[in-house]
Write a protein that binds this ligand. Structure first.
Ligand SMILES: [Zn+2]
Length: 325
């Protein structure tokens, strides 16, 4: 009996030892797992940091590149301004576009006499994504311009149409669709399109717009008889059309630089008695926005000049003259 009890005790002790070993093994395994996870995290952290840093460096490199581009462009314009200021008037080179930059000796004579020269900045085909930036620049220089708008962004840019009017600039009609094949197909097509834009602008801005610009100008490539029909109808409606005599050339190609636009404008302005400058405020014309402060400063530095919006009564510049004026 006594021997049996001892044996029982011995077995119990052995069982307890076994259980203790098993618990210890589990603890060790758990510790191993924790150490492995910690090691994995410690290894991954620098890798993640590395990737984040590489991405940031790339972003900064892009930013530096874009700032360098802007700096180079700005320096080119500044040096051009300086050159223009010191250049003799006879330095003005030949005409780039015979239909838009005819030489005007009277303009130079007027400048010499000290009379104030009217200069008109006009923006076609907007409003677009850059129109608000253009309005900001005009506001910063406290000058007014004219926007010959289309209806292309009518549903998205109501505020911009309104802002143009509220800030004292002029609105002009440039047809709703700006699609040559449609608007120049017939007089009724032209009327329907232009009336649609007039109604839209009346609704959105409360203004009855009475100035216009033909897409392509009045020298657009359509028959003379068709053009005359359209002009006659505009005259009946009391709408005056305005062309331009200076072209910024920003629609000549997709990649015209701000320096070229500035040069085109200043070259044309020097030749005209009443420069009416054609620019564009569509979504592809970022360089026009970049050139604008330099163009305005260039004009103001000429002295005896006043930047004005086209208004009722402003004497028009017309490539093809209206017969009933
Ligand atoms: Zn146009």
């Amino acid at each position: 009996m006594c021997f049996g009890r001892q044996e029982f005790l011995h077995k119990s002790i052995q069982r307890m030892k076994g259980m203790s070993n098993w618990a210890q093994r589990r603890r060790i395994q758990r510790m191993k797992r924790i150490v492995m996870i910690a090691a994995f995290v410690l290894l991954m952290l620098p890798l993640v940091f590395h990737i984040v840093l590489i991405l940031q460096v790339r972003r900064l490199e892009d930013r530096i590149k874009s700032l360098e581009d802007r700096l180079v462009s700005g320096q080119a314009l500044v040096s051009e301004t300086a050159t223009r200021e010191t250049a003799a008037p006879s330095d003005s080179s030949g005409e780039k576009d015979s239909t838009t930059t005819r030489s005007d000796p009277e303009g130079e004579a007027k400048e010499e006499k000290g009379e104030v020269r009217e200069v008109y900045l006009t923006f076609d085909d907007g409003p677009g994504i850059y129109t608000d930036q253009i309005l900001d620049i005009l506001a910063a220089y406290e000058v007014k311009a004219t926007f010959f708008v289309t209806g292309e962004n009518a549903d998205r840019m109501e505020d911009t149409y309104r802002r143009i009017v509220e800030e004292g600039h002029s609105l002009g009609l440039h047809t709703y669709s700006h699609k040559y094949q449609e608007i120049y197909r017939s007089l009724p097509d032209f009327q329907a399109d232009l009336n649609r834009l007039r109604e839209y602008l009346r609704e959105v801005t409360g203004q009855e717009v009475s100035i216009s610009r033909f897409p392509g100008g009045s020298s657009v490539d359509i028959s003379r008889s068709r053009l005359q029909e359209l002009i006659n109808w505009l005259n009946e409606e009391g709408i005056v059309y305005y062309d331009w005599n200076v072209s910024g050339g920003d629609a000549d190609a997709s990649d015209v630089s701000s320096t070229e636009i500035y040069e085109n404008c200043m070259e044309g302005i020097r030749k005209q008695e009443r420069p009416m400058i054609l620019l564009h405020d569509t979504s592809t014309k970022r360089s026009t926005v970049e050139a604008l402060p330099f163009i305005i400063e260039g004009i103001l530095e000429l002295g005896n000049t006043e930047l004005l919006p086209i208004q009722e009564g402003t004497v028009p510049i017309q490539h093809v003259t209206s017969t009933i004026n």
